[in-house]
Design a protein around this ligand. Structure first.
Ligand SMILES: Cc1cc2nc3c(=O)[nH]c(=O)nc-3n(C[C@H](O)[C@H](O)[C@H](O)COP(=O)(O)OP(=O)(O)OC[C@H]3O[C@@H](n4cnc5c(N)ncnc54)[C@H](O)[C@@H]3O)c2cc1C
Length: 383
């Protein structure tokens, strides 16, 4: 009979329409462990709203669209002018806008911000991990920018504003801005001291021009970048704006986008600096010391992002096994499958607990002696 080969049985429905946060008991418990009690109601409400959005059919569809339609580089306009823009699918902008609006770059300015953001980032990774890159770098740039109070006063309010403005305009005209990071060069990624990009000082104090390349610069559509380059005193950290104050484009020549195995919704680029205007951040020769504050914060997000992916995998596995039947019963009821799922859940929960503990502010950290050093810190045995 026509169509009989296409009968679908014994398959689960899509895992949609649930609260990614509220159904994650380990995450909820970690938030309760590390957050001031007076902030809990508000935080639970906010995170549940984000969790319901993350579990919705609409956002899951945006995630698919953002990955099936990866970014495209447009180096020139039709008249031959260099524009160096990256075009994204509208779904990418919607996801990124929601992430910014949920405070995922604003931890530094909100009460209990780091724990709330960490939980939110873990939830948000479960919708679409690629847009976590610009969210992470924008969040992480703040402590490095604070090496220069004047620059921090100018940029931090934009980076933490919870407003997503995608157009490239002078940052001073924008209510919200994104940041990226350019360290890696062809000859060295881990060993950034091998960087060859050079910085020549200009007449105005603290300003330079850069010449060189970056082999990996993710989120190249951002408004500003912290980069490393060699100045007279050695490797130094610089702020490179995409658009200069007078509205002209800085020399930020995107050579090509990386063809990546993962992280496909997000653009990663090779960039050439050729007379590129830059502002020094921190002292000359102290570039690694300055930018390491940004690097460290992005590495926390590597923990949180990985924990989020683990949780997503566990949720999918549990859902699948709750519906799929084999040998006369649901997979979820088979003792050996329960062992496998319990192992997965254990590792996922451990990663969640670790990620949230790393994210809590230092003032509530446990000292090496094992004693609490903050009045609101609960001892680790409660974890
Ligand atoms: C998706 C993606 C996005 C990225 N985005 C950015 C970005 O936005 N900005 C940016 O600057 N970079 C970015 N990078 C580059 C990334 O930071 C580098 O790839 C990373 O620093 C490693 O450098 P490398 O690839 O040159 O490897 P190498 O430094 O050549 O290292 C190769 C291997 O050797 C190991 N190794 C290195 N040193 C030692 C040592 N002393 N002892 C033992 N093992 C060692 C490394 O762990 C690695 O496994 C991105 C990379 C990816 C994949």
């Amino acid at each position: 009979m026509a169509g009989s080969t296409h009968t679908v049985t014994n398959q689960p429905p899509p895992l949609l329409g649930y609260d990614v946060y509220g159904t994650d008991q380990a995450l909820v418990a970690a938030v309760e462990r590390h957050l001031d009690p007076e902030l809990l109601d508000e935080a639970h409400g906010e995170l549940s709203a984000l969790g319901r959005a993350a579990g919705s059919a609409q956002l899951q569809e945006w995630a698919v669209q953002a990955n099936e339609n990866p970014p495209r580089l447009r180096t020139h306009d039709r008249y031959g002018h260099r524009v160096d823009e990256v075009d994204f699918h509208p779904a990418w902008h919607r996801l990124l806008g929601k992430g910014v609006g949920a405070g995922l770059t604003a931890a530094w300015t909100r009460p209990g911000g780091h724990v709330r953001r960490a939980a939110g980032f873990l939830v948000w990774t479960q919708v679409e991990a690629g847009n976590g890159c610009p969210l992470s770098m924008t969040h992480a740039a703040v402590p490095a920018l604070r090496a220069d109070p004047e620059l921090a006063a100018e940029w931090v309010p934009r980076l933490t504003s919870m407003i997503y403005e995608r157009e490239l305009r002078p940052a001073g005209q924008k209510a919200g801005a994104l940041f990226g990071m350019g360290m890696t060069e062809k000859q060295g990624g881990s060993d950034v001291r091998a960087n060859t990009t050079s910085a020549r000082p200009l007449a105005e104090d603290g300003t330079y021009v850069l010449t060189g390349h970056k082999w990996f610069c993710s989120a190249p559509m951002s408004d500003g970048f912290l980069v490393l380059a060699q100045a007279a005193e050695g490797l130094t950290c610089f702020l490179v704006p995409r658009v200069l104050e007078d509205g002209t484009r800085n020399r930020f020549l995107i050579q090509r986008l990386k063809e990546k195995l993962g992280n496909r919704s997000n653009a990663s680029a090779e960039v050439e600096f050729d007379g590129t205007w830059a502002r020094r951040v921190g002292e000359e020769g102290r570039g690694v010391r300055t930018i390491i504050d940004m690097v460290a914060a992005t590495r926390l997000d590597c923990v949180l992002g990985s924990a989020g992916l683990m949780r997503a995998a566990v949720a999918q596995a549990l859902h699948h096994c709750a519906y799929r039947e084999a040998f006369g019963g649901k997979l979820l009821d088979k003792p050996l499958m329960r062992n496998v799922l319990a192992d997965l859940a254990l590792e996922s929960e451990a990663a969640t607990v670790l990620g949230l503990r790393l994210a809590r502010p230092a003032t509530t950290a446990v000292s090496r002696s094992g004693r609490c050093c903050g009045s609101r810190c609960r001892p680790p045995s409660t974890g």
